[in-house]
Design a protein around this ligand. Structure first.
Ligand SMILES: *Cc1c(COP(=O)(O)O)cnc(C)c1O
Length: 351
């Protein structure tokens, strides 16, 4: 099987497994795990923030950010297909008690003027705008990079109203590699940021939330409330250090593989690519075959390729370090076979 469902399916490298085995550990709720401390310090430095907090998942990091920034009854502004809105089981409503106001973006980027216009005024009828969230890269926009200039404008509008900005940077390193800049170029325009170690960076577990000392102190308390205070956490933090220090530059290989895949799929009759393929994600429209995304994905599985549905007739492929260029070539052959089969079936029906 060639698994292109997500960059979360990667297995820890030998170096990561060894790092776990050799990790110096202690009870982190007592602040005594040197390995997780090292990871948090390293993350803060790389992300250009005062402090960072290890959390068990990207969702937990985002939720702790919303809980720490907001009070119940606040309104948060975020892109209409953002992960926090679309894929976190309604947690911001269930846990933080905030309401969402979504802004439709283009390629994942919200228009800064629309963000500004959505910030609430003083009127007693209105909820207070508690937080603005930006997602970079934007998953449902197909891994699109939100440019630094866009983030800067939104951050300036937010700051002028004393509203914090949180970046869901599950794939922020993909953005930096694609834009050929440093993650700090992005994070200078936000108050807090969440990054995933367990996506393209290959760690088995974990995310980091970074921000000011004061914010992280409060966030640590929210993490404890949510049951996320961990003990000898160095065992899972150690692979994360390998991710942060050794796995970021190689993301360019995943981007090259995605570009290669997209280039080949363009030539397959009936398939069209719907995203800009800035990073490691390729999204295709399969409606021309008269089938659903589910049917297309099932047919692909029979040919040895795993992908995910991304809408009723959309299919997503994601590259990562456990797939080689050779694997991608094979996947392209399998996709061609499926396209031909489904195309023929449809041809028969039309007669
Ligand atoms: C995957 C993802 C998350 C959540 O990460 P989990 O570790 O799966 O909870 C958050 N935001 C974005 C944009 C993601 O792609």
């Amino acid at each position: 099987m060639i698994d292109l469902r997500s960059d979360t399916v990667t297995k820890p490298t030998e170096e990561m497994r060894r790092a776990s085995y050799e990790a110096e550990v202690g009870d982190d709720v007592y602040g005594e795990d040197p390995t997780v401390r090292k990871l948090e310090e390293k993350a803060a430095e790389i992300l250009g923030k005062e402090a960072a907090l290890f959390v068990t998942s990207g969702t937990q990091g985002n939720q702790i950010a919303v809980l720490t920034h907001c009070r119940p009854g606040n309104e948060i502004l975020l892109e209409s297909e953002s992960h926090i809105f679309y894929y976190e089981s309604g947690a911001v409503a269930a846990l933080a008690g905030v309401q969402t106001r979504t802004i439709k973006g283009i390629n994942g980027r919200m228009n800064p003027d629309e963000v500004l216009a959505a910030i609430r005024g003083e009127d007693q009828h209105f909820p207070e705008t508690g937080l603005i969230c930006i997602e970079n890269t934007h998953n449902r926009a197909g891994g699109a990079v939100v440019p630094v200039s866009n983030m800067q404008k939104i951050f300036e509008h937010a700051s002028s109203h004393s509203i914090p900005v949180h970046v869901d940077g599950a794939r922020l390193f993909n953005a930096a590699v694609s834009a050929n800049c440093s993650v700090k170029d992005f994070t200078q325009y936000c108050d807090t940021v969440q990054i995933c170690l367990s996506k393209g960076l290959g760690a088995p577990v974990g995310s980091l939330l970074a921000g000011s000392e004061d914010f992280i102190k409060k966030a640590r308390k929210w993490r404890k409330r949510l049951g996320g205070g961990l003990r000898q956490v160095g065992i899972i933090a150690a692979p994360g250090l390998v991710s942060l220090t050794k796995m970021t530059e190689r993301l360019s290989e995943d981007h090259e593989n995605a570009a290669y895949l997209a280039h080949a799929l363009k030539d397959i009759k009936g398939l069209s690519i719907v995203n800009s393929v800035d990073t490691n994600i390729v999204v295709v429209e399969v409606a021309n075959f008269g089938c659903t995304a589910d049917q297309f994905v099932s047919a692909l599985k029979e040919e040895g390729v795993l992908a995910v549905t991304f809408g009723p007739t959309l299919v997503r492929f994601t590259t990562h370090y456990d797939v080689t260029k050779e694997n991608i070539k094979k996947a392209i052959d399998s996709i061609e076979v499926v396209a031909r089969k489904l195309g023929n079936e449809q041809g028969k029906e039309n007669k």
